[in-house]
Design a protein around this ligand. Structure first.
Ligand SMILES: NC(=O)c1ccc[n+]([C@@H]2O[C@H](COP(=O)([O-])OP(=O)(O)OC[C@H]3O[C@@H](n4cnc5c(N)ncnc54)[C@H](OP(=O)(O)O)[C@@H]3O)[C@@H](O)[C@H]2O)c1
Length: 358
């Protein structure tokens, strides 16, 4: 296929959910993508306009039930399903004629972890396998970036949103050896859309609007092994992380404060240079000017991660703060960025760096 003249046809499974909806918002504005079949689960049979009324150009599309047959005949299939649902569906897609040539992009967790034992420990089911990891900016210990593994790939495991924020904050220091990864502490402020669209009492406006509330405290959050995996790829010999997300009254956004011990003997004045170097050439990850701190609002609707770093000399720790939109750089934007690499398109095609303000 010549991508410069022809659009890749994309089917989306889970089009009624938040991640699927955000993928469609970006895909409809992408110069080289064309939206094909859309599927859903409980809302199959409804129009997309009934469940995602903000997606005007696709409002008349009818949602099909989710199965491999409905998703056949596309260049790209995006799986925006609850974790555990995409493993079997991806296997069925692979078995169809030409199925191994289809680019399958999983927004869920099923194919992110390289360690099957970590999957079983945190998810409690059999491991579906490991796909190329969809964080192009991930630094490898040898100095290369993950984007090299995404060019031309036919399978993409898009990272968890919290994982992206914490990894982008800390990885420059890990790769440069100026922080130690055996005592990482990350506390995050999270918008409610990160929990998906399902109805749960703690997500009701009456519970949520006036409160900040932690969840998955005490080493239980499923993103922990994925963060460990990434920091090890960046060169950390071992990673110990205390990770605590906190729901705060906003619909989108993650503000991740991640700290680690300064490596003994490191001159604090040299620390910032590691972050400058790591992100100087990245189109979507920006180190803010010294002293300017990220806020989630700066990244709303954009495929941007904004990072700041400071050395707390009295505490002997390096403090990083990273802001992303969980639905864009945290999932659907990362999916498009990685898909661009898979299809041989410019990595930035169809993506914007400008947020929505005020
Ligand atoms: N929200 C985020 O910020 C975010 C960020 C990164 C990654 N992700 C990942 O993206 C995936 C989707 O998350 P989401 O936030 O979009 O969740 P969501 O809003 O709850 O949407 C889930 C989607 O999956 C469908 N679905 C539900 N149960 C299903 C089943 N048993 N089989 C097939 N389809 C089923 C739903 O269809 P119906 O509505 O028709 O029932 C809906 O389209 C998850 O794996 C999540 O971890 C989400």
């Amino acid at each position: 296929m010549h991508m410069s003249t022809q659009r890749a046809r994309v089917a989306v499974a889970g089009a009624s959910g938040y991640a699927g909806g955000e993928f469609l918002r970006l895909a409809t504005n992408h110069p080289f993508l064309e939206v094909g079949t859309l599927t859903a689960h409980s809302s199959a049979g409804a129009t997309l306009g009934a469940v995602q009324p903000h997606l005007r150009s696709l409002a008349d599309r009818v949602l099909a039930p989710t199965d491999a047959a409905a998703l056949a005949g596309h260049d790209v299939v995006v799986l925006a399903l609850p974790h555990g649902a995409s493993g079997a569906l991806a296997a069925a897609i692979a078995e169809q004629p030409g199925g191994s040539d289809v680019v399958v992009v999983d927004l869920g967790a099923d194919h992110r972890l390289t360690d099957g034992a970590a999957w079983r420990q945190f998810y409690g089911t059999e491991h579906a396998g490991t796909w190329p990891y969809g964080l192009p900016e991930l630094i490898h210990a040898d100095g290369t970036r993950q984007r090299d593994a995404l060019r031309g790939t036919r399978r993409i495991a898009v990272p968890g949103c919290n994982v992206t924020a914490v990894t982008l904050g800390l990885q420059p220091g890990v790769a440069a050896g100026v922080i130690e990864a055996d005592d990482v502490v990350a506390v995050l402020a999270n918008g409610y859309s990160g929990a998906g669209r399902s109805l749960k009492p703690h997500l009701l406006a009456s519970e949520a609007l006036g409160a900040a509330a932690p969840y998955a405290v005490g080493g239980t959050h499923r993103h922990i092994p994925e963060i460990r995996q990434n920091l090890q790829v960046a060169g950390a010999p071992g990673v110990t992380i205390s990770f605590t997300p906190t729901l705060v009254p906003m619909s989108r956004g993650i503000l991740a404060t991640a700290t680690a011990r300064l490596t003994p003997g490191t001159d604090p004045a040299t620390v910032r240079a590691a972050w400058v170097r790591a992100y100087a050439d990245e189109p979507f990850v920006h180190l803010l000017p010294d002293g300017q701190w990220p806020s989630t609002a700066m990244t709303l609707g954009a495929n941007t991660a904004l990072v700041q770093v400071a050395v707390d000399e009295a505490a002997g720790r390096v403090v990083t703060v990273t802001a992303i939109d969980n639905l864009v750089k945290g999932t659907a934007g990362a999916a498009i960025q990685s898909l661009n690499l898979a299809l041989g398109l410019p990595e930035t095609a169809g993506l914007i760096t400008e947020g929505v303000a005020p």
